[in-house]
Design a binder for this molecule. Structure first.
Ligand SMILES: C[S@@+](CC[C@H](N)C(=O)[O-])C[C@H]1O[C@@H](n2cnc3c(N)ncnc32)[C@H](O)[C@@H]1O
Length: 194
C-alpha cells in the first residue's frame, strides 16, 4: 500500500508504516523534520497540506495525526479527498473543544491558558464568519464533528468510524475518524467523460 503521512513531523508514523510493509511518504512544511526523516531512509516531500504536490487518486491511504488544527482545515480535507484513490482510506486525529477548555481551566501556566482562549475565540469566529483571526492573534482551530462532516461530503469521503474519545466537561478532547473515498466519485467522473 502507498500511504501518505500528512504532517509527518519527525516520522514516528512513517517508521510504523514501513514496519508494516507500506510504501510510506511523508509530507510536511518543516524542512528540519523532513531532513531527519530523510536521513532515516524515509521518502518525504516538502509540501503544505492545503496544496499537495501529489497526483490525484494516487495513494491507497492517508494518515494525518494532529496536523489539521494548524492548517486551513477545509482545504486539507479537500486535498485528502483528491489524492486518495476510490476505496482508499484515511485515518485522521484532531484536537476538539475539550482539549482547549482543559488547557484554559487547568493550564499549566498562563501562556497555555492564553493560547487556549485564542484558539477557542479563533474557532468560534471561523465558525460564524468562515474567516480566521489575523495570525498574530491566533493560528490554531479546534475541530468539530459538524464542520468535518460537511467537508467530508464535499470531498466524497465517507465517515466509516467515529470511535468514542476522551471527554472533558462532556466535550470531546480528541476526534478520531476513519474515512473512505467513495467509489461513486470515480463512477460520476467516468460517466461525465463518456
Ligand atoms: C503536532 S505535529 C504532529 C507530527 C506527527 N503527525 C506526529 O504525530 O508525530 C504537527 C506537524 O504538522 C506540521 N504542519 C503544520 N502545518 C502544516 C501544513 N500547513 N502543511 C503540512 N504540515 C504542517 C508541522 O510542521 C508538524 O510537523
Amino acid at each position: 500500500m502507498r500511504v501518505l503521512d500528512l504532517g509527518s513531523g519527525n516520522g514516528p508514523i512513517l517508521a510504523a508504516l514501513r514496519d508494516q510493509g507500506c510504501v510510506a511518504i511523508g509530507a510536511d512544511i518543516d524542512f528540519v523534520a523532513l531532513q531527519k526523516c530523510s536521513e532515516r531512509g524515509h521518502r518525504v516531500v516538502q509540501a503544505r497540506a492545503e496544496s499537495l504536490a501529489v497526483r490525484t487518486a494516487s495513494v491507497d491511504g492517508v494518515v494525518c495525526k494532529v496536523v489539521v488544527p494548524y492548517t486551513d482545515e477545509a482545504r486539507v480535507v479537500a486535498e485528502i479527498g483528491r489524492v486518495l484513490r476510490p476505496g482508499g482510506t484515511a485515518q485522521l486525529s484532531y484536537l476538539a473543544a475539550g482539549y482547549y477548555f482543559r488547557y484554559l481551566l487547568l493550564g499549566p501556566g498562563v501562556r497555555r491558558r492564553v493560547y487556549a482562549l485564542q484558539t477557542l475565540v479563533n474557532t468560534w469566529w471561523y465558525a460564524v464568519t468562515g474567516r480566521r483571526l489575523p495570525r498574530f492573534l491566533a493560528n490554531t482551530l479546534y475541530q468539530s464533528n459538524r464542520r468535518l462532516v460537511r467537508y467530508y461530503g464535499a470531498a466524497d469521503l465517507e465517515l466509516v468510524a467515529d470511535p468514542p474519545a476522551r471527554r472533558f466537561l462532556r466535550l470531546p478532547v480528541y476526534i478520531y475518524h476513519e474515512l473512505r473515498k467513495s467509489h461513486d466519485a470515480a463512477r460520476a467522473d467516468a460517466h461525465q467523460s463518456e
